[in-house]
Design a protein around this ligand. Structure first.
Ligand SMILES: NC(=O)C1=CN([C@@H]2O[C@H](COP(=O)(O)OP(=O)(O)OC[C@H]3O[C@@H](n4cnc5c(N)ncnc54)[C@H](OP(=O)(O)O)[C@@H]3O)[C@@H](O)[C@H]2O)C=CC1
Ligand SMILES: Cc1cn([C@H]2C[C@H](O)[C@@H](COP(=O)(O)OP(=O)(O)O[C@H]3O[C@@H](C)C(=O)[C@@H](O)[C@H]3O)O2)c(=O)[nH]c1=O
Ligand SMILES: [Mg+2]
Length: 313
Protein backbone atom coordinates (compact mmCIF):
# COMPACT_ATOMS: atom_id res chain seq x y z
CA UNK A 1 0.00 0.00 0.00
CA UNK A 2 1.25 3.49 -0.90
CA UNK A 3 0.41 6.19 1.70
CA UNK A 4 0.73 9.93 1.07
CA UNK A 5 1.18 11.79 4.39
CA UNK A 6 0.74 15.60 4.50
CA UNK A 7 1.98 18.03 7.15
CA UNK A 8 4.92 15.89 8.29
CA UNK A 9 6.32 18.78 10.36
CA UNK A 10 3.22 19.08 12.60
CA UNK A 11 2.64 17.50 16.01
CA UNK A 12 0.55 14.69 14.54
CA UNK A 13 2.32 14.45 11.17
CA UNK A 14 5.75 14.10 12.80
CA UNK A 15 4.57 11.13 14.88
CA UNK A 16 2.63 9.65 11.95
CA UNK A 17 5.70 9.52 9.74
CA UNK A 18 7.20 7.12 12.31
CA UNK A 19 4.06 5.19 13.26
CA UNK A 20 3.11 4.46 9.63
CA UNK A 21 6.45 2.77 8.86
CA UNK A 22 5.91 -0.88 8.04
CA UNK A 23 2.44 -0.37 6.58
CA UNK A 24 3.74 0.17 3.07
CA UNK A 25 5.50 2.85 1.08
CA UNK A 26 5.19 6.16 2.98
CA UNK A 27 5.55 9.39 1.00
CA UNK A 28 5.64 12.18 3.59
CA UNK A 29 5.41 15.77 2.37
CA UNK A 30 5.74 19.15 3.99
CA UNK A 31 4.36 22.58 3.12
CA UNK A 32 7.07 23.24 0.51
CA UNK A 33 6.18 20.04 -1.38
CA UNK A 34 2.40 20.25 -1.04
CA UNK A 35 1.09 23.66 0.00
CA UNK A 36 -2.58 23.33 0.93
CA UNK A 37 -3.19 26.92 -0.13
CA UNK A 38 -2.12 25.95 -3.67
CA UNK A 39 -4.92 23.79 -5.10
CA UNK A 40 -3.09 23.07 -8.39
CA UNK A 41 -0.07 21.83 -6.47
CA UNK A 42 -2.30 19.52 -4.40
CA UNK A 43 -3.76 18.02 -7.62
CA UNK A 44 -0.32 17.61 -9.20
CA UNK A 45 1.19 15.88 -6.18
CA UNK A 46 -1.68 13.39 -5.87
CA UNK A 47 -1.70 12.68 -9.63
CA UNK A 48 2.06 12.08 -9.55
CA UNK A 49 2.25 9.99 -6.36
CA UNK A 50 -0.96 7.99 -7.03
CA UNK A 51 -1.37 6.84 -3.41
CA UNK A 52 -3.81 4.19 -2.18
CA UNK A 53 -4.42 6.19 0.98
CA UNK A 54 -3.94 9.85 1.91
CA UNK A 55 -3.44 10.73 5.59
CA UNK A 56 -4.02 14.46 6.11
CA UNK A 57 -3.00 16.02 9.44
CA UNK A 58 -1.90 19.29 7.77
CA UNK A 59 -4.06 22.24 8.82
CA UNK A 60 -4.19 25.88 9.79
CA UNK A 61 -4.27 25.49 13.60
CA UNK A 62 -3.69 29.03 14.94
CA UNK A 63 -7.12 29.49 16.55
CA UNK A 64 -6.81 33.17 17.50
CA UNK A 65 -4.94 34.22 14.34
CA UNK A 66 -7.66 32.59 12.21
CA UNK A 67 -10.08 35.29 13.38
CA UNK A 68 -8.09 37.85 11.35
CA UNK A 69 -7.13 35.48 8.47
CA UNK A 70 -10.45 33.76 7.74
CA UNK A 71 -9.88 33.40 3.97
CA UNK A 72 -6.50 31.68 4.34
CA UNK A 73 -7.80 29.42 7.13
CA UNK A 74 -10.82 28.50 4.96
CA UNK A 75 -8.61 27.73 1.95
CA UNK A 76 -6.35 25.38 3.96
CA UNK A 77 -8.92 23.81 6.31
CA UNK A 78 -12.16 24.10 4.36
CA UNK A 79 -11.38 23.93 0.64
CA UNK A 80 -8.10 21.97 0.34
CA UNK A 81 -9.44 18.81 2.06
CA UNK A 82 -12.25 18.70 -0.53
CA UNK A 83 -9.75 18.95 -3.39
CA UNK A 84 -7.62 16.20 -1.82
CA UNK A 85 -10.70 14.01 -1.47
CA UNK A 86 -11.86 14.67 -5.06
CA UNK A 87 -8.44 13.66 -6.38
CA UNK A 88 -8.39 10.62 -4.11
CA UNK A 89 -11.79 9.56 -5.38
CA UNK A 90 -10.65 9.76 -9.01
CA UNK A 91 -7.79 7.31 -8.39
CA UNK A 92 -9.70 4.98 -6.05
CA UNK A 93 -7.82 6.10 -2.92
CA UNK A 94 -9.28 6.79 0.53
CA UNK A 95 -8.56 9.62 2.97
CA UNK A 96 -7.93 9.73 6.71
CA UNK A 97 -8.48 13.31 7.85
CA UNK A 98 -8.28 14.98 11.27
CA UNK A 99 -10.85 17.38 12.64
CA UNK A 100 -11.62 19.00 15.97
CA UNK A 101 -13.88 19.37 19.01
CA UNK A 102 -14.12 23.06 17.98
CA UNK A 103 -16.80 22.13 15.38
CA UNK A 104 -19.21 22.21 18.36
CA UNK A 105 -20.53 25.25 20.21
CA UNK A 106 -19.83 23.73 23.63
CA UNK A 107 -23.35 24.18 24.91
CA UNK A 108 -24.41 20.52 25.22
CA UNK A 109 -25.88 19.83 28.68
CA UNK A 110 -27.91 17.16 30.44
CA UNK A 111 -31.10 17.50 32.47
CA UNK A 112 -29.22 18.71 35.58
CA UNK A 113 -27.31 21.31 33.56
CA UNK A 114 -24.17 19.13 33.58
CA UNK A 115 -21.89 18.80 30.52
CA UNK A 116 -22.63 15.70 28.44
CA UNK A 117 -20.00 14.41 25.94
CA UNK A 118 -20.69 15.01 22.25
CA UNK A 119 -21.31 11.97 20.05
CA UNK A 120 -20.86 11.74 16.29
CA UNK A 121 -24.63 12.20 15.92
CA UNK A 122 -24.62 15.69 17.44
CA UNK A 123 -25.04 18.60 15.06
CA UNK A 124 -21.94 20.83 14.83
CA UNK A 125 -22.28 24.57 15.34
CA UNK A 126 -18.82 26.17 15.44
CA UNK A 127 -18.37 29.45 17.31
CA UNK A 128 -15.01 30.56 15.91
CA UNK A 129 -13.39 30.88 12.48
CA UNK A 130 -11.07 27.88 12.97
CA UNK A 131 -14.05 25.66 13.90
CA UNK A 132 -16.08 26.90 10.92
CA UNK A 133 -13.23 26.16 8.51
CA UNK A 134 -12.65 22.67 9.96
CA UNK A 135 -16.36 21.88 9.66
CA UNK A 136 -16.29 23.05 6.02
CA UNK A 137 -13.40 20.63 5.41
CA UNK A 138 -15.37 17.71 6.87
CA UNK A 139 -18.36 18.58 4.69
CA UNK A 140 -16.25 18.90 1.53
CA UNK A 141 -14.72 15.46 2.11
CA UNK A 142 -18.13 13.88 2.66
CA UNK A 143 -19.55 15.65 -0.43
CA UNK A 144 -16.71 14.28 -2.62
CA UNK A 145 -17.94 10.71 -2.12
CA UNK A 146 -14.36 9.57 -1.42
CA UNK A 147 -13.96 6.75 1.15
CA UNK A 148 -13.06 8.58 4.35
CA UNK A 149 -12.33 8.46 8.04
CA UNK A 150 -12.77 11.86 9.68
CA UNK A 151 -11.12 11.64 13.09
CA UNK A 152 -12.14 14.44 15.46
CA UNK A 153 -9.46 14.93 18.06
CA UNK A 154 -8.96 17.61 20.74
CA UNK A 155 -6.42 19.52 22.83
CA UNK A 156 -3.43 17.92 21.09
CA UNK A 157 -0.02 18.11 22.77
CA UNK A 158 3.35 16.68 21.97
CA UNK A 159 7.01 16.74 22.95
CA UNK A 160 7.52 19.34 20.28
CA UNK A 161 5.68 21.97 18.29
CA UNK A 162 3.31 24.59 19.67
CA UNK A 163 1.03 23.22 22.35
CA UNK A 164 -0.32 23.71 25.88
CA UNK A 165 2.06 21.16 27.48
CA UNK A 166 5.18 22.94 26.23
CA UNK A 167 3.67 26.36 27.03
CA UNK A 168 3.05 25.20 30.62
CA UNK A 169 6.59 23.78 31.00
CA UNK A 170 8.05 27.03 29.67
CA UNK A 171 5.88 29.28 31.90
CA UNK A 172 6.36 26.94 34.88
CA UNK A 173 10.12 27.36 34.59
CA UNK A 174 9.75 31.17 34.47
CA UNK A 175 6.98 31.99 36.96
CA UNK A 176 5.80 31.07 40.47
CA UNK A 177 2.09 31.53 39.72
CA UNK A 178 -0.11 30.81 36.71
CA UNK A 179 -3.79 31.56 36.10
CA UNK A 180 -5.53 28.96 33.96
CA UNK A 181 -9.15 28.70 32.80
CA UNK A 182 -11.11 26.13 34.77
CA UNK A 183 -14.48 26.16 33.02
CA UNK A 184 -13.62 24.68 29.60
CA UNK A 185 -13.82 20.86 29.70
CA UNK A 186 -12.25 18.42 27.24
CA UNK A 187 -9.77 15.62 26.62
CA UNK A 188 -6.07 16.44 26.23
CA UNK A 189 -4.80 14.06 23.55
CA UNK A 190 -1.19 13.06 22.89
CA UNK A 191 -0.03 13.18 19.26
CA UNK A 192 1.90 9.92 19.85
CA UNK A 193 -1.35 8.14 20.77
CA UNK A 194 -3.12 9.65 17.75
CA UNK A 195 -0.39 8.41 15.40
CA UNK A 196 -0.01 4.93 16.90
CA UNK A 197 -3.78 4.42 17.00
CA UNK A 198 -4.18 5.63 13.41
CA UNK A 199 -1.49 3.18 12.29
CA UNK A 200 -3.13 0.36 14.23
CA UNK A 201 -6.52 0.94 12.67
CA UNK A 202 -5.04 1.13 9.16
CA UNK A 203 -3.28 -2.16 9.82
CA UNK A 204 -6.25 -3.97 11.34
CA UNK A 205 -9.11 -2.53 9.30
CA UNK A 206 -7.57 -1.73 5.90
CA UNK A 207 -4.43 -3.85 5.41
CA UNK A 208 -4.85 -7.09 7.38
CA UNK A 209 -5.86 -10.16 5.41
CA UNK A 210 -8.25 -10.96 8.31
CA UNK A 211 -10.41 -8.01 7.26
CA UNK A 212 -13.06 -9.07 4.74
CA UNK A 213 -13.35 -7.82 1.12
CA UNK A 214 -11.11 -5.70 -1.07
CA UNK A 215 -9.78 -2.38 0.19
CA UNK A 216 -12.81 -0.38 -1.01
CA UNK A 217 -15.19 -2.75 0.80
CA UNK A 218 -13.08 -2.65 3.95
CA UNK A 219 -13.11 1.15 3.87
CA UNK A 220 -16.86 1.24 3.25
CA UNK A 221 -17.42 -0.87 6.38
CA UNK A 222 -15.85 1.80 8.64
CA UNK A 223 -16.43 4.98 6.56
CA UNK A 224 -17.48 8.01 8.60
CA UNK A 225 -16.78 10.46 11.40
CA UNK A 226 -15.22 9.31 14.70
CA UNK A 227 -14.36 11.10 17.91
CA UNK A 228 -10.66 10.30 18.34
CA UNK A 229 -9.43 11.41 21.76
CA UNK A 230 -7.78 10.11 24.90
CA UNK A 231 -10.43 9.24 27.48
CA UNK A 232 -11.44 11.19 30.59
CA UNK A 233 -12.37 14.85 30.86
CA UNK A 234 -10.58 17.71 32.58
CA UNK A 235 -10.36 21.50 32.39
CA UNK A 236 -7.28 23.30 31.09
CA UNK A 237 -6.56 24.19 34.73
CA UNK A 238 -6.82 20.53 35.75
CA UNK A 239 -4.59 19.58 32.83
CA UNK A 240 -2.00 22.19 33.90
CA UNK A 241 -2.03 20.80 37.45
CA UNK A 242 -1.61 17.27 36.04
CA UNK A 243 1.36 18.45 33.97
CA UNK A 244 3.09 20.02 36.99
CA UNK A 245 2.33 17.05 39.27
CA UNK A 246 4.23 14.84 36.81
CA UNK A 247 6.91 17.33 35.81
CA UNK A 248 7.76 18.14 39.44
CA UNK A 249 9.12 14.60 39.77
CA UNK A 250 11.54 15.14 36.89
CA UNK A 251 14.28 17.75 37.21
CA UNK A 252 14.84 17.74 33.46
CA UNK A 253 11.32 19.07 32.83
CA UNK A 254 11.02 21.52 35.71
CA UNK A 255 14.16 23.21 37.05
CA UNK A 256 12.43 24.88 40.02
CA UNK A 257 9.47 24.14 42.29
CA UNK A 258 6.14 23.81 40.49
CA UNK A 259 4.16 27.07 40.16
CA UNK A 260 0.87 27.59 41.98
CA UNK A 261 -1.90 27.14 39.41
CA UNK A 262 -4.87 29.42 40.09
CA UNK A 263 -8.29 28.62 38.69
CA UNK A 264 -9.85 31.41 36.58
CA UNK A 265 -12.91 31.64 34.37
CA UNK A 266 -12.94 32.07 30.59
CA UNK A 267 -14.18 35.62 31.14
CA UNK A 268 -10.90 36.41 32.98
CA UNK A 269 -8.79 35.33 29.98
CA UNK A 270 -9.79 37.48 26.99
CA UNK A 271 -8.60 36.17 23.62
CA UNK A 272 -9.68 36.93 20.01
CA UNK A 273 -11.44 33.56 19.39
CA UNK A 274 -14.25 32.24 21.55
CA UNK A 275 -13.66 28.61 22.75
CA UNK A 276 -16.40 26.05 23.48
CA UNK A 277 -16.98 25.46 27.21
CA UNK A 278 -17.95 21.83 26.68
CA UNK A 279 -15.38 20.14 24.42
CA UNK A 280 -16.06 16.64 25.75
CA UNK A 281 -16.11 13.98 23.00
CA UNK A 282 -17.49 10.49 23.66
CA UNK A 283 -15.19 7.65 22.52
CA UNK A 284 -17.95 5.03 22.48
CA UNK A 285 -18.19 4.75 18.67
CA UNK A 286 -14.38 4.66 18.34
CA UNK A 287 -14.17 1.73 20.76
CA UNK A 288 -17.20 -0.13 19.37
CA UNK A 289 -16.59 0.16 15.62
CA UNK A 290 -12.85 0.72 15.21
CA UNK A 291 -12.03 -1.41 18.22
CA UNK A 292 -8.84 0.39 19.20
CA UNK A 293 -7.51 0.84 22.74
CA UNK A 294 -8.15 4.31 24.16
CA UNK A 295 -5.66 5.46 26.81
CA UNK A 296 -6.75 7.95 29.44
CA UNK A 297 -5.39 11.48 29.11
CA UNK A 298 -3.30 11.04 32.27
CA UNK A 299 -1.75 7.74 31.06
CA UNK A 300 -0.86 9.34 27.75
CA UNK A 301 0.55 12.42 29.50
CA UNK A 302 2.88 10.22 31.56
CA UNK A 303 3.96 8.30 28.48
CA UNK A 304 4.65 11.52 26.62
CA UNK A 305 6.63 13.06 29.50
CA UNK A 306 8.67 9.86 29.91
CA UNK A 307 9.61 10.16 26.27
CA UNK A 308 10.44 13.85 26.70
CA UNK A 309 12.77 13.03 29.61
CA UNK A 310 14.46 10.45 27.45
CA UNK A 311 14.99 13.16 24.80
CA UNK A 312 16.68 15.44 27.35
CA UNK A 313 19.03 12.87 28.89
N1 LIG B 1 -3.44 21.08 17.79
C1 LIG B 1 -4.60 20.78 18.38
O1 LIG B 1 -4.81 21.03 19.57
C2 LIG B 1 -5.67 20.06 17.62
C3 LIG B 1 -5.51 19.73 16.28
N2 LIG B 1 -6.54 19.14 15.60
C4 LIG B 1 -6.40 18.80 14.19
O2 LIG B 1 -5.43 17.75 14.12
C5 LIG B 1 -4.64 17.89 12.94
C6 LIG B 1 -3.18 17.90 13.31
O3 LIG B 1 -2.92 19.03 14.13
P1 LIG B 1 -1.47 19.33 14.72
O4 LIG B 1 -0.52 18.29 14.29
O5 LIG B 1 -1.65 19.61 16.15
O6 LIG B 1 -1.15 20.70 13.98
P2 LIG B 1 0.23 21.50 13.92
O7 LIG B 1 -0.12 22.93 13.97
O8 LIG B 1 1.21 20.94 14.89
O9 LIG B 1 0.76 21.12 12.46
C7 LIG B 1 0.09 21.58 11.34
C8 LIG B 1 0.80 21.04 10.12
O10 LIG B 1 0.13 21.58 8.98
C9 LIG B 1 1.09 22.18 8.16
N3 LIG B 1 0.54 23.27 7.37
C10 LIG B 1 0.03 24.44 7.81
N4 LIG B 1 -0.32 25.21 6.75
C11 LIG B 1 -0.04 24.49 5.64
C12 LIG B 1 -0.16 24.73 4.26
N5 LIG B 1 -0.63 25.89 3.77
N6 LIG B 1 0.22 23.77 3.41
C13 LIG B 1 0.73 22.61 3.85
N7 LIG B 1 0.88 22.32 5.14
C14 LIG B 1 0.51 23.26 6.03
C15 LIG B 1 2.18 22.66 9.09
O11 LIG B 1 3.34 22.94 8.37
P3 LIG B 1 4.45 23.99 8.94
O12 LIG B 1 5.23 23.24 9.98
O13 LIG B 1 5.25 24.32 7.73
O14 LIG B 1 3.69 25.15 9.50
C16 LIG B 1 2.26 21.46 10.02
O15 LIG B 1 2.99 20.43 9.42
C17 LIG B 1 -5.18 19.16 12.23
O16 LIG B 1 -6.14 18.78 11.31
C18 LIG B 1 -5.84 19.93 13.36
O17 LIG B 1 -6.88 20.76 12.87
C19 LIG B 1 -7.72 18.82 16.20
C20 LIG B 1 -7.92 19.10 17.52
C21 LIG B 1 -6.88 19.70 18.35
C1 LIG C 1 -1.18 30.08 28.25
C2 LIG C 1 -2.52 30.11 28.97
C3 LIG C 1 -3.65 29.61 28.38
N1 LIG C 1 -4.84 29.63 29.03
C4 LIG C 1 -6.04 29.05 28.40
C5 LIG C 1 -6.51 29.67 27.09
C6 LIG C 1 -7.29 28.54 26.46
O1 LIG C 1 -8.64 28.59 26.92
C7 LIG C 1 -6.61 27.30 26.99
C8 LIG C 1 -5.75 26.58 25.98
O2 LIG C 1 -4.97 27.48 25.26
P1 LIG C 1 -4.50 27.21 23.78
O3 LIG C 1 -4.17 28.49 23.15
O4 LIG C 1 -3.48 26.13 23.79
O5 LIG C 1 -5.84 26.63 23.19
P2 LIG C 1 -6.31 26.46 21.70
O6 LIG C 1 -5.28 26.95 20.76
O7 LIG C 1 -7.67 27.00 21.61
O8 LIG C 1 -6.35 24.86 21.56
C9 LIG C 1 -7.15 24.34 20.54
O9 LIG C 1 -6.36 24.23 19.36
C10 LIG C 1 -7.10 23.81 18.23
C11 LIG C 1 -6.13 23.66 17.07
C12 LIG C 1 -8.00 22.66 18.47
O10 LIG C 1 -8.41 21.99 17.53
C13 LIG C 1 -8.57 22.47 19.85
O11 LIG C 1 -8.87 21.10 20.11
C14 LIG C 1 -7.69 23.00 20.95
O12 LIG C 1 -6.59 22.15 21.22
O13 LIG C 1 -5.79 27.71 28.08
C15 LIG C 1 -4.94 30.17 30.31
O14 LIG C 1 -6.02 30.17 30.92
N2 LIG C 1 -3.81 30.68 30.92
C16 LIG C 1 -2.60 30.68 30.30
O15 LIG C 1 -1.58 31.14 30.88
MG1 LIG D 1 -3.23 26.87 20.11
Amino acid sequence: MKILLTGKTGQVGYELERSLQGLGEIIAVDRTQMDLSNLDQIRNVIRTVKPDLIVNPAAYTAVDKAESEPELAMLINGIAPGVIAEEAKKIGAGIIHYSTDYVFDGGKRGAQGEFVPYTEEDVPNPINVYGKTKLAGEQAIIASGCPHLILRTSWVYSTYGKNFLLTMLRLGNERDELKIVDDQWGSPTWSGWIADTTAQLIKEKLVSSDAAGDRAERFAAINGIYNFVNSGYVTWCGFARGIFANAALDGRLLKKSAPIVYSISTLDYPVPAERPLNSELSTQKLQMILNVPVSSWSESLQECLARESAFNK
